[in-house]
Structures are given as structure tokens and as C-alpha cells.
Write a protein that binds this ligand. Structure first.
Ligand code: ADP
Ligand code: MG
Length: 555
């Protein structure tokens, strides 16, 4: 087994333009994912790449960072489309365009998503102004080519993202027509979650002497973690924080590490957990040695019960044992999964590894099971009823312990005086009610978390065949709300959670990702509640300033 430490790590080792590295760091990325480490140097060397890795492994940055590096900072005069990215759906077009925009922020690269359903007029105007990068669905790209409104003759870099999906959706002919409009001297990267004869044929046609980069083949030592209960929960994105809270309440861990992908996520989740009454501390590579030591000391001394960490920060940590490892996302590499769960179930003690997977991440989960040879059971998030039963069971144990310990004499007089007026069973029930309420921390507000049926395991290596049946973005019932206040106004996630919970009467647990930029913030909420939340927030202020909420343009 190669340990994580022998490999060169870090974005700066890949040879990327420093301002691109800075953008990745600013997003909270601490190190490249395996597909990024493997593909980026090859793409930077100008070679074509055939990349295969499951959903959620960071393929977007794997092709977008070298793309931006190539485009570079120089803009003399007119802009031509120099990079062209084809994706199967409009959601992906928006998502990838947003990602390229974020990664290329410092380079001032201009990016335009082009997809059906969007006003043609708007697209035409943007195209006339000139853009560096176009992200398009095949159908709409072909429309523009036929009208002569899209000029691809200067394209140096072509990406076919989710190529398997594009084939499944019947875009093979469109791809052919589009490829004919591109210079043959271009560099091409083709990414796919699966490898099939049709993908290989596509590769032969459009790629020149490609380097194969396959992450599914990665092998990991399964480790000595026999006594770990491994469970995964399929949860839609906006309900993840609620699901985590429910699991923590249910499992009542003595000590837990919750892993997130990025520093930003670590900070936000720590704050969200704190706002909901948990003793959580953040640990990531952005902390000073002194801060880390302090966090670790409090965790070891059990002053804090939950450590929220990135993989990098937790690597090589000397923590004896944790009862629970929680993957807030499915980790993007099999190694990371194995290392994470290696932190529990040590020395023959029992441990639990709980993974929250978004619907689209199930394939990644199945991959981990198969390659790491683990059995990860899929269960439903415990319901409110389960939680209440569990609390009662804990109360019962506590009462039994108290009976067993004896030494109740100082309460006997009180019981005897109550018994003069009430039934003894009633008195006991009232006392237990008080004990149970004390245990439930004043009843945190609770929401129902929708259950998502797991998908059937995919036969490895076989081509998927579900033409148009798979709903893309099952986690799509999410709306983003734009708020006209950000970090520079002193806004913190807890302020927004508080405002939405109090003013709109939405449970704080239904609120999804919160993204606070300098001058604005984005909050993910269940789409069904978006209008109500916006209406309520119009009259709300945070730190004395109006929130100016509206629907985010891109959702
Ligand atoms: P894929 O295209 O393979 O499905 P994405 O490119 O959409 O995956 O990335 C999945 C998630 O992982 C995104 O939220 C992205 O911001 C995050 N991500 C990508 N690269 C890294 C990294 N190096 N470190 C942490 N998070 C990352
Ligand atoms: Mg992708």
C-alpha cells in the first residue's frame, strides 16, 4: 500500500498558474483529488486525456484548471472562444460554467453557458461581445453553429464532460457535427463515469493518442477495521445538516469526527452545529499550529464532542479512538474512505462509520464498496418517532441506574408527600417526563427528512442503459436565494439561519449550504419554500441592514 504521505501532494506541485492554485485554495480545497492529481499534469503537458472516475470525484476541476492555465491571463483585444466544453444537460452547463468562473476568477476569464430553454437573444449578445470559454449542451451548440452565431475555429481545448451520458441521451450525431467545426489541432479531454465500447469508439474518433486516466482501478488496503458498523444514508442536499443532527442525536456518540471536503464546508458545518447546540470544533489546514493544538486538546479532554475536519488536517492525527466517524460527503477517493474509518473500531472496540450520500453520489459509494471490499448498509435516516423512542430508552436506562445506585432517601419524603394527594404511578410518570425532557435538550425543533430510495447497484464495467430515465439532479428540489449582504457587512451563517428560521418559520434544519461572499450570500433552501422565505426576508434586517433577498439568477 502506498500511504498518503509518500505521494507528492498539494495543488502547487502540479505546475498550475499560481493564481489558479490560489482560487482552489480560496474555495477551501486542501489537496487535489486522485483524478485531479492524475489528469492535470497530463493535460498541462498538452496531451489528450481519456478520464474515468465516478461522480463526485472532482472531474470538473480536473479539466477546468488546466484549461484556465492554458488560456492564461493575457487578453489582447478581441476575445475568441478558446475553450469549449460540452455537457449533457442544462443544469450541468450552468454548474460547470459557474465552476470555471470560480476557478478562473483571478484570470478574469469570461465564461458563457449555452443551453436550450434560455433566451437566444441573450446568448447572441454575449457571444458577440466575445467570450473565452463556452459551456454548452450539444443541441443548442449545434443550433448556433448552423446559424453561424458560434465560431469554434479558434478552439484550442475541447472537453466532453459526462460523455457516457451524452451518448445515452442520443447526442452522438450532434457531437459529430460539432467536432467537424473544431480545429483538428485542438487538445481534447473526454470524461466519463463509466467505460464502455461506445465510449472507446468515441475516444478513437475524437482523441489523438490519449493518455488513459482511470481512478476506478485504484486499490486500497482494506485495513483492520473489522468491528466497524458501516452505514450510509441517502439524503438530498438541503436536508444534510438536519440528517446529521438527527444521527448525532440518535447515536449519541462519545466522540465523533465528521469529515468534510473543504475548509469552507468545515467552517460552515461547525458553525451550523454550534448554532444548534452541539459542541463542535473545526480542524483544517488553515489553522495555526497553536489553534490546532487547542482544538485537539479540547477534543481529547472531551470538552468538545465533535471534531469537524478535512482529510488533510486529520491525517496523522494522534487520536486514540473515536466512537463515530461521519462522512458528511462520500469521500472522493477510496483511500480517503479507508483512512477515515480507520479512526474508529480500533483495538477491538466497536465503532461506527456513517456516510451521508446525495442521490447522485450513490455510484461513488458502490465503487468504494466494490474496490475496498467493504459492506456498507444503506439505511433510512431515523424518524422522529425513532428518536423519541431512543430517548425514552435512554431515560429508562438512566432511571434503572438510579434505582440500582440506591441513595434515594433524600427524595423519599417528597414522594411520600406527593403520594398523599396523587397516584404513585402518576407521580413516577411525571418524574420520568421531566427526566426525558431534560434529556432532549429542550426539544430542538425537528423536521421530517424525506427518504430517498437507493438505486440498484450497477454491474461494474457494464454500460448504463436508462435513456433519459434518471432524473438528473435528484437533489434538484433546491432553490438558491441571493442575499445582498455578505462578509463585509459582518454576516455569518448563523445570522442567515436565524433570520430564515425566525422570520419565515422554516426549520433551520431544512436550510442547505450557505455561501457567504464578500458582498453577498447564497443560501440553499427547499424550492417549495423559496417564495415564502423571500417574502419574509424582505422585511428583515441583519446587523441593522436590509437583506434584499431574491432568487439566485442561476436557479
Ligand atoms: P464530478 O464532476 O466528478 O462529479 P465535481 O467536479 O462536480 O465532481 O466535484 C464534486 C464536489 O467536490 C464539488 O462540490 C467540488 O467543489 C468538490 N471538489 C472538487 N475538487 C476538490 C478538492 N480538490 N478538494 C475538495 N473538494 C473538491
Ligand atoms: Mg462532473
Amino acid at each position: 500500500m502506498t500511504t498518503e504521505l509518500d505521494r507528492p501532494r498539494g495543488f502547487d506541485a502540479l505546475g498550475l498558474n499560481p493564481s489558479i492554485v490560489a482560487a482552489a485554495t480560496a474555495l477551501g480545497y486542501e489537496e487535489p483529488t486522485p483524478i485531479q492529481s492524475a489528469a492535470i499534469p497530463v493535460l498541462l503537458a498538452g496531451k489528450d486525456v481519456l478520464g474515468q472516475a465516478a461522480t463526485g470525484t472532482g472531474k470538473t476541476a480536473a479539466f477546468a484548471l488546466p484549461l484556465l492555465h492554458r488560456i492564461g491571463a493575457a487578453h489582447d483585444g478581441e476575445r475568441h472562444v478558446r475553450a469549449f466544453i460540452l455537457v449533457p444537460t442544462r443544469e450541468l452547463a450552468m454548474q460547470v460554467a459557474e465552476a470555471v468562473h470560480k476557478y478562473g476568477r483571478e484570470l478574469h476569464a469570461s465564461v458563457l453557458p449555452i443551453y436550450g430553454g434560455q433566451s437566444m437573444h441573450q446568448q447572441l449578445r454575449a457571444l458577440r461581445r466575445g467570450v473565452d470559454v463556452v459551456v454548452a449542451t450539444p443541441g443548442r451548440a449545434l443550433d448556433h453553429l448552423n446559424r453561424g452565431t458560434l465560431d469554434l475555429s479558434s478552439v484550442e481545448y475541447l472537453v466532453l464532460d459526462e460523455a457516457d451520458e451524452m451518448l445515452d441521451m442520443g447526442f452522438a450525431e450532434d457531437l459529430e457535427a460539432i467536432a467537424a467545426a473544431l480545429p483538428t489541432t485542438r487538445q481534447t479531454a473526454l470524461f466519463s463515469a463509466t467505460m464502455s465500447p461506445r465510449i472507446k469508439a468515441l475516444t478513437k474518433k475524437y482523441l489523438h493518442d490519449p493518455v488513459n486516466v482511470q481512478i476506478a482501478a485504484e486499490m486500497s488496503a482494506a485495513g483492520k477495521t473489522a468491528r466497524v458498523r458501516e452505514v450510509a444514508y441517502i439524503v438530498q442536499r438541503p436536508y444534510k445538516a438536519a440528517a446529521l443532527a438527527r444521527l448525532l442525536d440518535m447515536e449519541d456518540p462519545t466522540s465523533a469526527i465528521v469529515f468534510c471536503r473543504t475548509r469552507t464546508e468545515v467552517d460552515e458545518l461547525t458553525e451550523t452545529l454550534g448554532a444548534r447546540g452541539y459542541q463542535a470544533e473545526a480542524l483544517h489546514g488553515g489553522l495555526s499550529q497553536e489553534q490546532r493544538d487547542r482544538v485537539l486538546r479540547r477534543f481529547r479532554e472531551n470538552t468538545s464532542e465533535i471534531l469537524v475536519a478535512t482529510d488533510v488536517a486529520a491525517r496523522g492525527l494522534d487520536i486514540e479512538h473515536v466512537s463515530h466517524v461521519v462522512n458528511y460527503d462520500v469521500p472522493s477517493s477510496i483511500d480517503a474512505y479507508v483512512h477515515r474509518i480507520g479512526r474508529t473500531g480500533r483495538a477491538g472496540r466497536e465503532g461506527a462509520a456513517l456516510t451521508l450520500a446525495e442521490p447522485r453520489e450513490q455510484r461513488l459509494l458502490q465503487n468504494i464498496e466494490r474496490v475496498a471490499k467493504r459492506k456498507i448498509r444503506i439505511e433510512s435516516i431515523p424518524t422522529l418517532t425513532d428518536l423519541r423512542e431512543r430517548r425514552l430508552a435512554l431515560t429508562r436506562t438512566a432511571v434503572e441506574d438510579a434505582l440500582h445506585d440506591g441513595d434515594l432517601s433524600k427524595y423519599r419524603t417528597l414522594v411520600e408527600s406527593l403520594a398523599a394527594e396523587h397516584d404513585l404511578i402518576e407521580i413516577a410518570a411525571a418524574a420520568i417526563k421531566l427526566a426525558d425532557q431534560g434529556r432532549s435538550d429542550g426539544e430542538r425543533e425537528e423536521v421530517e427528512i424525506p427518504t430517498v430510495a437507493p438505486r440498484a447497484p450497477a454491474a461494474p464495467g457494464k454500460e448504463r442503459n436508462h435513456k433519459g430515465t434518471r432524473a438528473r439532479g435528484t437533489d434538484g428540489d433546491v432553490a438558491k436565494i441571493y442575499i445582498g449582504l455578505g462578509r463585509s457587512a459582518g454576516v455569518r451563517p448563523a445570522d442567515l439561519v436565524g433570520a430564515i428560521a425566525n422570520e419565515a418559520g422554516i426549520s433551520s434544519r431544512a436550510i442547505g449550504a450557505i455561501d457567504i461572499a464578500d458582498r453577498f450570500s447564497l443560501v440553499e433552501v427547499p424550492a417549495a419554500d423559496a417564495n415564502r422565505i423571500i417574502a419574509a426576508l424582505r422585511t428583515t434586517t441583519v446587523r441593522g441592514k436590509p437583506l434584499r433577498p431574491r432568487r439566485d439568477r442561476l436557479t
